[in-house]
Design a protein around this ligand. Sequence first.
Ligand SMILES: [Zn+2]
Length: 299
Amino acid sequence: MKNLNIFLLGICLASLSYAVAPTGRYKTIYDQMVAFETQNPSLAKVFSIGANDDGVEMYAIRISTSPQTMDKSKIGQFLVATHHGNEGGSTVLAVEFMKDLLNRYKSDELWKGKLGDTEWTILPVLNISGYNANNRYEHGNDPNRDYPGPCTNSGFGKLKSVRNLINFLGVRSFAGSVTTHGYVGNFTYPWGFYTDNNKTLDDNKYREMFHKIADINGYSFGNSGDAIYPANGCYEDFVYWKHGSWSLLVELLNGSTNDVASTVPAISEFFNLIDSTPSSKNQFQANCTYHRGADLRRE
Ligand SMILES: [Zn+2]
């Protein structure tokens, strides 16, 4: 009996310390974030939003003038990349955005007043195993069909990565949200799911802002459902519907160095143009419709 107790205690301790270190391509991204923190300890802090289904911590970076702890009094801004593991350009875009942001904090005194009021969180890889395997899916599921929404009442949250992000988004307010994909060459805004009216109450405002954003790098822009095609359970709709965060989805054109470099300032302009608080007109007021092929692939 005593041996059994020791054995059980061993199992408990082993499970408590269970954590899988970053490996493969993901480790390269993690190491890059740690380097940003090491080089800019007063501006950047790497932290985990939780472990995924494989026990791997999902690392994000917080960039602000007080990065050691979350400051809810600052304006929250959020960027998530790599829902789809085979869209590596979207990951590069997130890293380049971090780099550009840190440079702005360090180099441009004029930015500091505005940036000083803002707290950025960037999660470069949501789908870690997919990223390491260059696979769109995570454990056979499409992470960007795994969110609840006004027309998705069940069957969501299968992935712990998505549940972790849903929880994190509830911890503080985020005025704006960017999610990055590839490869189409456009910027889109909600609604993107199956409905008889995909125009939000903010449609005019979205259209006006996105016109300016798309002018910067020459992408096309529009409502997600119109510009690509509808899909249910997507992050970009969830974050606007649930939290009112101004929501931009970028589909990189091809993920080349030039493509990424010209898209970083467009995304910065999005964060610059939006209100400093989430929308209060994010309610869904139309009807859900269900088409055959509602699970159609969308990039
Ligand atoms: Zn994608």
